[in-house]
Design a protein. Sequence first.
Length: 94
Amino acid sequence: MKKEYVTFVRDFKSLPQGKEIEITIRDLTPGPRKYDAKIVKAVVSEDPARMPEGDLLWLRSATGVLSAKPWAIQVKGEVKGFLNLPPYSSLLRT
């Protein structure tokens, strides 16, 4: 069964596809761990058919608007430690 995640981005089209990126995701699996957030290294695709082994990634805008359809995400590993970035800087990239 595929897992489902959500992430917040400023512009859906600006999210790099097909290459490894660092991204903050929240787990949508029902249960006590629902909404747990983690920073991961992952590859994403707007077309889930191009990444059949991937999980589902829902995108929300900075104001919380949900994308019409899910993307695909393949998590490569979790990033340990803290990032030295201002809060929400990944949302505010232009």
